[in-house]
Design a protein around this ligand. Sequence first.
Ligand code: NIG
Ligand code: FE
Length: 423
Amino acid sequence: MSDGAAATRMLLTGVAELVTNDPAPDRDGGPLGIVRDAALLVEDGRIAWVGRALHAQEHLTGGGGPAERADRREAEEHRTLWDADVEIVDVGGGAVIPGFVDSHTHLVFGADRAQEFAARMAGQRYEAGGIRSTVAATRAATDDELRARLAGFVAELHAQGTTTFEVKSGYGLSVSSEERIVRLAREVTDEVTFLGAHVVPAEYADRPEAYVDLVVGEMLDACAPHSRWVDAFCERGAFTPEQSRRVLEAGAAAGLGVRVHGNQLGEGGGVQLAVELGAASVDHCTYLSDADVAALAASDTVATLLPGVEFSTRQPYPDARRLIDAGVTVALASDCNPGSSFTSSLPFCIAVAVRDMGMTPAEALWASTAGGAAALRRTDVGAIRPGVRADLTLLDAPSHVHLAYRPGVPLVARVWKDGAAVA
Ligand code: NIG
Ligand code: FE
């Protein structure tokens, strides 16, 4: 298939392991809904059919019912017809998984903070205030510089198997500069989050309430038209639960869905606030009380864990096992940003989550595909079943387990988004 062009019909076959995230009676019984020796048909950018490879021919020739399946001769007669009509891609025994859904990134910014990382690895602590140095660099950058950097990240995400991603603002912190960030983000994704409440900018350092007034007023008015979500960094050094509530309630009143940065650096009130406001997701969840876990378990709010952050800040990892055992829906995301987690790799996050957060390889894969989709309240991505988008990641490995088993190895071989090759 030529890069970027969606074939009208494409049959992927030779799939040793197909992860559908669609448990069905003919599958392996687990939450990943694995089909072995599988094939799948893509039509006009959507999944049209999923099953065992040996049934693909009958399906393509119009069969599907037992009578048609039995009629081998008819299938043979149609063979030349569908050979011409369908592009057949034999993946030669690889695993196919849903494209990763990265529900938390901050990809519009002006410069990296490699020196801050180096200082941290030499013993310095991570603090939310580092965000301000990125704000200065972002304000100084031109639209084209920000766009070029963003395009590079999009290519990086695709190359690592991610097909849906969220992008937050939060490195502008003025009306015009936040508006610019959400507008640029909207050029590359529908999942744009207004995070004017990231930190209080330097010019408002001694009057944080006035900054919150700006965020819930003029800044929200300018950013809401380009955004789907509102977020607030509810944390020591950023915004109190009361200030965060004001921002999130104003965003919700403007028609935005709610997400929260909470419980990253300490217990704080982020999780409780997120649950109370019916947030789609509360992200970080590194420090949780028993009451936080119980509140999440009784809610529809996804707990999104961001292993890249704890890796890059030398914090303790969040306890995914505790959350899953309590019945909480868990997602994994990269939090790609220049301060606390400068990775765009969900395979890396999966490996860390399996090694150090108590997740099984299957749970980590589910969390970075179906879990990410749940965190974005999307039902058209994160799974491989008829009707959903044909967002597919082919691994140069026979099983999804290799994502954690072979850490750091570039296993993503090909990636399709809406049926078109993007990597
Ligand atoms: O998700 N927690 C708040 N924001 C980012 C950190 C951003 C930065 O340090 O620049 C995060 O970790
Ligand atoms: Fe973040």
